[in-house]
Design a protein around this ligand. Structure first.
Ligand SMILES: Cc1cc2nc3c(=O)[nH]c(=O)nc-3n(C[C@H](O)[C@H](O)[C@H](O)COP(=O)(O)O)c2cc1C
Length: 333
């Protein structure tokens, strides 16, 4: 079964990619990922805060008086690799394995730290992910202004490197299709849908915010499927899926909806790197059983392109689903 796919200008032997996670920090894990059949690796991100940490003036007396300001500023020891070590890790991974390596930048401002895109390129990365992890909390900031900053960041990164750049997005945009189109116009090579936001909870006993990173489940995939289908039918970009892929069935759905690359993290953290081999085999078996000759044949086989206006399709499905629920749901008496 031909499982090859083109992702960010790279030819991958299959669509399964080890997504950004601490697993890229250990060369043994990286080798094991390749041996198990991962077709590419995304390194964990290099964070803007890490890069700017060295350049920032010390806290003022006024700032120091707020314990919170000190508490909130990340400490060097919280990051696995400092910026130089990160670049060194790119070189070491490139020496250790043959599969493509995608480096990742994670930040929110358009500033000097983005020069690391060039350094990652020089260190040997094959492509870049720009992860925009940003919660827009300021009531004075418009959606237009928030999006403009991201577009400017992308332009700054593209000016530093000729590597393909994918933007890893959250689903929280007022008009995601419009923003995606503007990213395409600013020469994004691909989109990765979607980042998972860490969601703080409240610990009722301790009466404080609890900081936990829950791993995903397949229930998070349908949101991605919907936007893969909507965007890939309209914008000619490379698409990666991240969030909620745990099985070959999940991967096939993502490919059918428009994904070129399928990233896994939670499944691998839960069950181990050998899952790449199992999922790849299950993927090939499923395609064979269903009469496909290649993965490419399955790609975008379920999209909305037959529907001239995807919003009409979305609205119609919404009404239909509510109506079907009304006839089957009766509350317990
Ligand atoms: C422990 C951990 C560390 C992560 N680190 C990063 C990171 O540095 N950069 C990034 O873009 N995403 C990071 N992610 C997000 C994952 O790459 C991925 O987008 C997310 O976990 C959803 O995919 P999944 O459902 O397969 O887990 C991290 C996720 C986990 C669980």
């Amino acid at each position: 079964m031909d499982l090859t796919t083109r992702y960010l200008g790279l030819t991958l032997s299959n669509p399964l990619i080890l997504g950004a996670s601490p697993l890229g920090d250990d060369l043994d894990d990286v080798r094991r990922a390749e041996d198990s059949g991962a077709a590419g690796i995304v390194m964990h991100s290099l964070f803007e805060e890490q890069i700017t940490m060295g350049c920032r003036p010390p806290l003022s007396d006024h700032e120091e008086s707020f314990a919170e300001a000190v508490y909130l500023r990340p400490h060097r020891s919280e990051f696995a690799l400092d910026p130089d070590q990160y670049l060194e890790q790119i070189r070491r991974i490139k020496d250790a394995v043959r599969i493509p390596l995608i480096a990742s930048l994670n930040g929110v401002t358009n500033a000097g730290w983005l020069k690391y895109a060039r350094l990652m390129d020089q260190a040997g990365a094959d492509a870049l992910e720009l992860n925009v992890y940003r919660v827009a909390t300021n009531p004075d900031e418009s959606a237009e202004s928030a999006e403009r900053t991201t577009l400017e960041m992308l332009t700054a990164v593209k000016a530093q490197t000729r590597l393909p750049v994918a933007v890893k997005l959250s689903p929280f945009y007022t008009s995601l299709a419009n923003f995606a189109q503007r990213l395409a116009s600013a020469h994004a090579d691909g989109l990765v849908l979607f980042n998972r936001f860490y969601q703080p909870d409240i610990d009722l006993e301790a009466l404080e915010v609890s900081h936990r990173l829950e791993l995903s489940s397949s229930s998070e995939l349908p949101l991605r499927l919907r936007w893969l289908a909507i965007l890939s039918a309209q914008l000619d970009l490379t698409y990666g899926v991240t969030g909620g892929v745990h099985s070959a069935a999940d991967a096939i759905k993502a490919v059918m909806a428009g994904a070129d690359g399928v990233q896994l993290v939670s499944e691998i953290l839960k069950h181990g790197l050998y899952r790449f081999a199992e999922i790849r085999n299950d993927l090939a078996t499923w395609l064979e059983r269903h009469g496909y000759h290649s993965l490419a044949q399955a790609r975008r086989s379920l999209n909305l392109s037959h529907c001239p206006d995807p919003s009409v399709y979305e609205r119609a499905n919404y009404l239909r689903v509510l109506a079907s629920r009304r006839s089957t749901t009766a509350p317990p008496r």
